[in-house]
Design a protein around this ligand. Sequence first.
Ligand code: HEM
Length: 399
Amino acid sequence: MELSTKVITPEVLILAGCLACLVISHYVVSIIRSRAKSSFVSSSQPTKEKKVDALEDYKFPTPEPYPDWSIETTKPLPYRAFRYGPKYHVTMGLRSIPAQEWIELDNQFPKFHADKAARIRERGEKCVRTHPSAYPAALELVEELVNYLPARYPSLYKRTPVGIDNLWSGESFNIVQRPLAEDPMATAARLVQDDLALMLEGSDGRYYLMAGAVLLAGFWKLSDKYGMPLEEIHTSGSVPHYKEKLHTGMANFFRRLRCDQTYSRNNYFIQVDDSLPWSWSIGSEDSPETSWSTAEKDKAIQHHWFRSERQSLRRLPKSRAVVFTVRTYFHPITDIAKEDYVPGRLASAIRSWDDKVANYKGRETYGKVLLEYLDGQHAKQLERGLDLEKEDEVRAYPW
Ligand code: HEM
């Protein structure tokens, strides 16, 4: 008693107060830092494994209905994900998106749905496959879609006691019967406009492509990449600057990705035929080698198409597989070049590719005709008074 009254003087109280403040402010700062880190990818600190595991019971949030969505009137989102030169930067280009924006559907659904059904029928395992080790993950993906889609697109999908009904096509999917009517990746593919891939972690910590429905990819085939680790998927396709610019960041991203995070990225290509499922200009889908070098050069401008992918990435909580979705947006160049600023910006972007990027994207095949056309359209826009200074007011990347 005597001892404590001696020790607790006003000075001691002040000192203790200061110490408490220090500890609390340190704690608050570290919470803020860890939250900030989780919203961007290129942080140098690995997220602790424990954090990932703590989310195994995570339930993907039920989305709000997409505002005024209609299979007749909702247009494809106008992704125009190209930037002005002078330099084209190869980056992962990932951004965090709200969970409810996971899957995008629009009035192109009927075409995508019909093309996919034909591909599943005609090409089967060449473009839809699930390795036995990925079967639980594929089932989980279907379950996630069955929960998500009726909430997000209630005029298209209805939840049923055994699965989901497509109110437009009349299809009824029973996902509880065994055996299932088809490969779960085929079912998943019929429900959305995206191509789908499931990446599973191997015992070496790398992620492998173990299930996919790759039906409308245009330039690559599931049969070429099935079973490959992420790195080989990209190096075998000679993705430019992969080793120095992408490899480490991607490996870290896959290791750290949590179930409560959804990311997306956009890209763009030029295609010189109008085929959504497979760009036959670079060779037959069944020939072992395809190449831009075999494509016909300098075709007329109406054969030039703009292909842009909106990809998403998220981790499934139960199987821990990473779902990779690839939604393609596909338009004649002559259509998108009517939009303000687009011809000028696209021409600048195409000119900014270095040799490796230009080679990968096939510029030699179409560059002359396309750039001449885009320059002409840009000049017309300037003649009718387009104000270049105002561009930032009307768009925000990736639009
Ligand atoms: C962090 C995630 C990823 C990043 C940053 C990334 C990045 C890239 C880039 C930069 C390209 C070149 C074309 C473009 O600009 O998009 C590419 C191509 C490609 N990526 Fe990825 N990718 C990712 C995940 C995946 C996954 C999970 C798959 C699994 C299927 C995949 C499959 C492919 C394929 C097949 C190509 C085309 C390769 C070829 O031309 O043969 N990517 N990727």
